[in-house]
Design a protein around this ligand. Structure first.
Ligand SMILES: O=c1ccn([C@@H]2O[C@H](COP(=O)(O)O)[C@@H](O)[C@H]2O)c(=O)[nH]1
Ligand SMILES: O=P(O)(O)OP(=O)(O)O
Ligand SMILES: [Mg+2]
Length: 211
C-alpha cells in the first residue's frame, strides 16, 4: 500500500476550517470540495493515459488523453458524496459509481445499503472517496468490493485518517495495488471510533444532521 499525506499549507488551512465546529454546513461543503480538488491532483498522478495528436493553430502537437476504460470514481454515501464534485472537476470524463455504507455506531461494523456500479470492473482504475478513515472497516469493505469485481488498482482519497485504521487497511490489503491519499493523518481513534482531533461525523457536518 502506498500512502501519500498532503504537505501543502492550503490543504492544512482548509482542513483547519473544516475541523472548526463553528463552521456551518454550506461553508463545510464548499471547502470539502476545494480540498478534494487539491488532493485529486496527487491521487490522479498515475491515471492511465495514452498519447494523442492534436492540431494547434500553428503545428501538430503530441499530448495525452485518458485511456479507456475510463477511471471509475466511487463516493461512499453519504459523506463521500461531498467529495464527488471536487474530484470530477479535475477528471470530468471519469465514470461515477456509488456505494452506500453506514457504520453501526455500537459495533463499528460497516453495512452496505446501496450499490450502483458497473457489473464488470475488469482492468479498471478506481478512486474511492470517503472523507474519514477511522477504524478502516468502511474503506476495507469498499476496496474488497471493487477488487472482487475485477478492479486492477484502487486509490482511496480521504480527508483525515487515524493511524489505527490506516494500519488495519494496510495489513488486510497485502499484495493489492492500493494507494491512499490523505489530507492529514491524525493522532488516534477515541473509544467510540471517532478520529481525534478529526472533525466529527463528516456526513452530519456536510448535511446539517445531528447524530
Ligand atoms: O471521526 C469519524 C469517524 C468515522 N466517520 C464516518 O464513518 C466512516 C468511516 O468509519 P470506519 O470506522 O473507518 O469504517 C466514514 O465513512 C465516515 O462517514 C466520521 O464521519 N467521522
Ligand atoms: O459512515 P456513517 O455511518 O457515518 O454514514 P454517513 O456517511 O451516512 O454519515
Ligand atoms: Mg456519518
Amino acid at each position: 500500500m502506498r500512502v501519500h499525506v498532503a504537505d501543502h499549507p492550503l490543504v492544512t488551512h482548509k482542513l483547519t476550517v473544516l475541523r472548526d465546529k463553528r463552521t456551518p454546513s454550506p461553508t463545510f461543503r464548499a471547502l470539502a470540495e476545494e480540498l478534494v480538488t487539491l488532493l485529486a491532483y496527487e491521487a490522479t498522478r498515475s491515471v492511465r493515459v495514452e498519447p494523442i495528436e492534436v492540431e494547434t493553430p500553428v503545428a501538430q502537437a503530441t499530448g495525452l488523453a485518458i485511456s479507456d476504460p475510463k477511471p471509475l470514481v466511487v463516493p461512499i454515501l453519504r459523506a463521500g458524496l461531498g467529495m464527488l464534485e471536487g474530484m470530477v472537476k479535475l477528471m470530468p470524463n471519469a465514470e461515477v459509481g456509488f456505494l452506500g455504507m453506514v457504520r453501526n455506531e455500537e459495533t463499528l461494523q460497516p453495512a452496505i445499503y446501496a450499490e450502483r456500479l458497473p457489473e464488470d470492473l475488469s482492468n479498471r482504475q478506481c478512486f474511492i472517496l470517503d472523507p474519514m478513515l477511522a477504524t478502516g472497516g468502511s474503506l476495507l469493505a469498499a476496496i474488497e468490493y471493487l477488487f472482487d469485481r475485477g478492479a486492477v488498482d484502487v486509490t482511496a482519497v480521504c480527508l483525515i485518517a487515524a493511524p489505527e485504521g490506516l494500519k488495519a487497511v494496510e495489513e488486510a490489503t497485502q499484495g493489492r495495488n492500493l494507494t491512499v491519499v490523505l489530507g492529514a493523518l491524525d493522532e488516534k481513534l477515541n473509544e467510540v471510533g471517532y478520529i481525534v482531533p478529526g472533525l466529527g461525523d463528516a456526513g452530519d457536518r456536510l448535511y446539517g444532521t445531528v447524530g
